[in-house]
Design a protein around this ligand. Sequence first.
Ligand SMILES: [Zn+2]
Length: 244
Amino acid sequence: MSNTEKLELYTPQHYLLNADDMSIEALAVVSDSDMDEYEEEHAIYLAKQKDSVSTVHTLYKESEKNLAVIFGEYSNEHKYLKRAIHKGGALTDIHSKQIPLPSSIRSKVEDARNKVDVSSLHTSSTVSDNGLLEINHALEYLVNNGLKLNKDFTLTNAVAVAKSHKGTQVMARVVLDDWELNIEGEEGLIFIEDKCDADDCSANYDVYSDSDSSDLKLRCCCGSKKYSVDFAFAEGGESTTVLS
Ligand SMILES: [Zn+2]
């Protein structure tokens, strides 16, 4: 008899299980290998789910037969069971709705990569000498901005997600401002390279994307200086826009 069995409902533990709730900035920096990992866990889920669905089917067939014997084939009790199964009320049906398909995650990520203009910024997070400190500061920034660990980002992609988030905030203003950035109005902006000191140069810098690398660039209005844009994070989650 299989009716003493318990249904095994397997849930992948990968952070991409929450892809439906992730912000676009977080989705934009999901790596291909993260998606491959999720797909592997999803395959385990599929195998276990197949067993559980077959157990449910067996139990259903037995119950249906028994109800027909007890209450009669056209009884409400018999009809109720059939209806509940057809409506997808079994625990296995409910469970499957909570597990996103790898293909749907892939298309969400692709969509986010296209929408987030700054996906070409230096968003890889390699742990350097001060890597742990950098991760710590990025974590503070992300938490201050309402993003959640293991939902929107992980420890390994925290810096990338923080840069993506900050970049999206800056770009939202830049796009509204006709692809200009006022460097005096920009909080926490620092120059690594010399700032243009030409008399006729104003604080409004042009934002454009480099045709070779598609990296985001800034150009002062007189055109004599060009800068690469990056974002950094400091104590307390303070963010800086770095021009070099
Ligand atoms: Zn200039």
